[in-house]
Write a protein that binds this ligand. Structure first.
Ligand SMILES: Cc1ncc(COP(=O)(O)O)c(C=O)c1O
Length: 403
């Protein structure tokens, strides 16, 4: 009989069952003539970004590619498959379900689980060889008490100043004592911490956190330190502090081609584009209100186009009267409030407007480009949120690597 837990697992896997279709550039050109909302994820820039990271490693450090949150909205399976084919050392996910999902899609790369560990996760950890990153005594106890998992390694997470999860330096003697009492010191595969403010070039908090982390490392026997994978760097810290690469790094954002700093660096190539199409065109007289709450009023006769994608798909309401889209190589403003399934743009500046034509919300059109970072800036958030919020219901087309 199906238990509640099985049902839960199925429903969770279902959430992760993201539609994707693999195509080539040729098919993409044909597709752009079909009116539809779609996410295009290109494998070539993903590969180039990964290779740039490899070239810039300070030491012989390993790479833990962060593919949590559906690979930042890009699609966890195709992204992980490409990274695995490039021999990435580890993949980092947050939930057990993400790890299981990858294994069920034949990903064999070592997987680290960064989210919290619960008793009912133990079976999946063992069955799918998923390595937990442990940052609390309770989780450590659950894990080390599990007699069927004595072969499975784990990573220790230190809180060096993020104030979220991880052991404080002062807790380490007790933690170590407990690990030794379980004869599990040889199962420590890695030791890590996470930076809170690495993308802020004006702050020296990352240096402070590293000192605090070093202090914590000093609490551990040198034998453990020497054989462990030590990792602290997210994308921003990787770029700013080569001296902190230790023997592994954990990039996310830069793999997807987005620079973590407000001043863009040209060496990162965006991987994801988002396009929609024109579903209605109308010309409204001067003085017409547009959309809910009448936040926009035309000041002259205005040709408007409706774009059938809205906040139900992940387009933030805060883009209302602030965002832009590309159409026929023209930057067209979003006018009025973004709705659940549609929003309005002003296309008065375009010479021709045709129903069904493609518009670009994120991506390039000719020499114009809108990046996820632009969208984030207009809507007063961060690119992570823009990308992660793109609905899993939007069809994703994966363009094969051609490099
Ligand atoms: C533990 C951990 N490491 C690394 C990363 C990657 O960060 P970024 O995308 O800024 O490179 C994240 C992302 O939030 C994270 O939670």
């Amino acid at each position: 009989m199906m238990t509640l837990l099985d049902k839960y697992k199925i429903s969770n896997n279902f959430v992760l069952m993201i539609n994707f279709t693999t195509i080539d550039e040729h098919e993409l050109t044909a597709l752009s003539r079909q009116p539809s909302n779609r996410i295009i994820v290109r494998m070539s820039p993903l590969k180039r970004n990964f290779q740039t990271i490899q070239r810039n490693l300070h030491t012989e450090a390993k790479i833990i590619g962060m593919v949590k949150a559906n690979a930042y909205g890009h699609g966890i399976v195709p992204v992980s498959s490409l990274l695995s084919s490039l021999h990435i050392d580890y993949l980092g996910v947050f939930t057990m379900e993400e790890g299981v999902h990858l294994r069920e899609h034949s990903i064999q790369t070592p997987i680290l689980i960064f989210g919290s560990l619960l008793r009912h996760h133990m079976e999946s950890l063992g069955r799918f060889s998923l390595v937990p990153v442990i940052g609390s005594m309770k989780e450590l106890q659950i894990f080390l008490e599990e007699e069927s998992l004595t072969w499975l390694p784990f990573h220790l997470k230190i809180d060096s100043g993020m104030g979220r999860i991880g052991f404080l330096c002062s807790e380490l003697p007790q933690v170590l004592h407990y690990i030794q009492s379980k004869n599990a010191q040889d199962r420590i595969q890695g030791i890590c911490t996470h930076y809170a403010d690495a993308s802020n070039p004006a702050s020296n908090y990352t240096q402070w956190q590293t000192e605090s982390f070093e202090h914590s490392l000093g609490e551990l026997p040198s034998r453990i330190r020497q054989k462990s994978v030590i990792h602290t760097c997210n994308s921003a810290a990787f770029l700013r502090f080569p001296q902190y690469h230790y023997n592994a790094i954990r990039p996310g954002l830069i793999m997807y081609g987005i620079c973590p700093f407000s001043k863009d660096q040209p060496n990162w190539h965006p991987v994801l584009s988002l396009t929609s199409y024109i579903s209605v065109v109308r010309t409204l007289p001067k003085g017409s209100y547009i959309s809910y709450n009448r936040t926009f009023q035309t000041t002259c006769p205005t040709t408007i186009a409706i774009i059938p994608i809205g906040y139900a798909d992940g387009i933030p309401l805060s883009l209302s009267n602030r965002g832009w889209v590309l159409y026929r190589q023209t930057k067209c403003p979003i006018i009025g409030n973004v709705c659940m399934n549609q929003f309005t743009i002003d296309v008065s500046a375009c010479k021709e407007v045709h129903l069904g034509d493609e518009v670009t919300l994120i991506g390039k059109e000719g020499c114009l480009e809108i990046t996820a970072a632009d969208v984030a800036r207009w809507s007063n958030t961060i690119p992570y949120e823009i990308l992660c919020n793109l609905s899993t219901a939007l069809p994703r087309f994966i363009v094969k690597d051609t490099d």
